[in-house]
Design a binder for this molecule. Structure first.
Ligand code: AMP
Ligand code: ZN
Length: 112
């Protein structure tokens, strides 16, 4: 995906503030944070959104959640955080590469 912002960030073509990286995923701080801690975790494989998750590629999602839990302990916010994935324009997705927002460090308002 040549034209994808997050593919370019993963490739190092656009700078980012890295939180974590392994062979399957890349995590970096959000450029417009909505909480004291706000980073994004993305699969290195380009998937446009959560609507493209299939039985064949779904393992990366479990991997990403395990990475998030590990980072939550290491960075000291395991007692309270939120993971959000916006899927599609109607849900507020602005970058068409699957990403998981991780928000922590403040009291997060109730969702429903
Ligand atoms: P969403 O609206 O769910 O698609 O989330 C996209 C997120 O990417 C937003 O929170 C943006 O602030 C963030 N973002 C956009 N460009 C960059 C960038 N160059 N580096 C880090 N975060 C970015
Ligand atoms: Zn991409």
């Amino acid at each position: 995906m040549n034209d994808c912002l997050f593919c370019k960030i993963i490739a190092g073509e656009i700078p980012s503030k890295k939180v974590y990286e392994d062979e399957l995923c890349y995590a970096f701080y959000d450029i417009s944070p909505l909480a004291p801690t706000h980073f994004l975790v993305v699969p290195k494989l380009h998937l446009a959104s959560a609507a493209e998750i299939t039985p064949e590629n779904a393992a990366v999602v479990g991997h990403i959640y395990a990475v998030i839990a590990k980072l939550a302990h290491e960075l000291g916010f395991a007692e309270g955080f939120r993971v959000v994935t916006n899927c599609g324009e109607a849900a507020g997705q602005t970058v068409r590469h699957l990403h998981f927002h991780v928000l922590a460090g403040t009291t997060l308002g109730s969702f429903n």
